[in-house]
Design a protein around this ligand. Structure first.
Ligand code: FPP
Ligand code: MG
Length: 303
């Protein structure tokens, strides 16, 4: 954080967060079929979870990464929203009885509680499919679109991606977990998609390969810090604050940083990872101030 002498108060979010969030919400609204489109039940369920009140961190990261390389970042709304669709599908499926079995998400009843399991499974499937339709519609060259598809599909997949991490997370339940496995779970189930939010923004804006590689390291590291913070919040915050059931990780004997390292060391690890990620932004000077602000927010947030 010392790189540019830049030191915002991350708990007082600057106006660009809200501006980006509104632009993302308007674009999500445009991309999703109306509830009335046949068959209405699936479109109602898709919209219910997408508009349930998420922070929109991933699309905001995508937009703000694109902004490093140009002023018109409207094309980056497409990969940003695509990743928000994938993220939302992952939450719907994560909450299913066969997985983490939860009743509350984003402060509302989970999809399967509201619509039943069959519709919730299909709403997740539909959002994942909608994501790739959305990337394909990005108004940039075919070469950039293919690069984004590869980046995002890999991050959501089984090889060090979200599905692989989710499998390992489920299989680690109730068992002693090694620090290496804990790192694998966090980097795969959460950091990979956050990393892709950043690299997709860079690829969409036509960033040179060297920048994409640097931003990939930034994204991977802050994504990892994000999940360590998520583990900490599950212990320290209430369900009302989080909008999801707090204290579940201990109840389900999940592989978490507080379980393996304790709370105090987990806070230090989150901070060290965030600092390490932010150090990658040194090359961009003040152009990366917004990304620095978001990275700080990711570990200091309370929800
Ligand atoms: C909270 O994000 C979500 C995470 C910390 C990711 C956890 C990972 C999974 C649920 C993977 C599940 C994977 C499959 C394949 C089912 P957030 O705080 O940004 O949530 P918000 O969008 O509601 O603000
Ligand atoms: Mg889970």
């Amino acid at each position: 954080m010392a790189q540019t002498g830049f030191s915002p108060n991350p708990m007082k979010l600057p106006p660009f967060f809200e501006e980006d969030r509104l632009a993302v919400d308007a674009h999500l609204e445009k991309l999703l079929p109306a509830e009335s489109v046949q068959p209405p039940s699936i479109h109602t369920a898709m919209r219910y979870s997408v508009f349930a009140g998420g922070k929109r961190i991933r699309p905001i990261l995508c937009l703000e990464t694109a902004r490093i390389f140009g002023t018109d970042v409207s094309a980056a709304l497409y990969p940003g929203c695509a990743i928000e669709f994938i993220h939302t599908y992952s939450l719907i499926h994560d909450d299913l009885p066969a997985l983490d079995n939860d009743d509350l998400r984003r402060g509302k009843p989970t999809s399967h509680k509201k619509f039943g399991e069959a519709t919730a499974i299909l709403a997740g499937d539909a959002l994942l499919t909608q994501a790739f339709e959305t990337i394909a519609a990005t108004p940039v060259s075919a070469e950039r679109r293919v690069a984004m598809v590869t980046e995002i599909a890999t991050a959501a997949g089984t090889v060090k991606g979200m599905v692989g991490g989710q499998v390992a997370d489920l299989e680690a339940e109730g068992k002693p977990v090694s620090p290496e496995m804990l790192e694998y779970i966090h980097r795969s189930k959460t950091a990979a998609l956050i990393r892709a939010s950043i690299t997709a923004g860079a690829l969409c804006a036509g960033a040179p390969a060297e920048d994409v590689a640097r931003l990939r390291r930034f994204g991977e590291t802050i994504g990892w810090a994000f999940q360590v913070t998520d583990d900490i919040l599950d212990v320290e915050e209430s369900s009302a604050a989080l909008g999801k059931t707090a204290g579940k990780d201990i109840a389900q004997q999940k592989a978490t940083y507080p379980a393996v390292y304790g709370l105090e060391r987990s806070h230090q690890i989150a901070k060290e990872l965030a600092d390490k990620g932010i150090a990658e932004l040194g090359a961009y000077g003040e152009r990366a101030n917004r990304l620095r602000t978001i990275a700080e927010f990711l570990v200091l947030r309370r929800a």
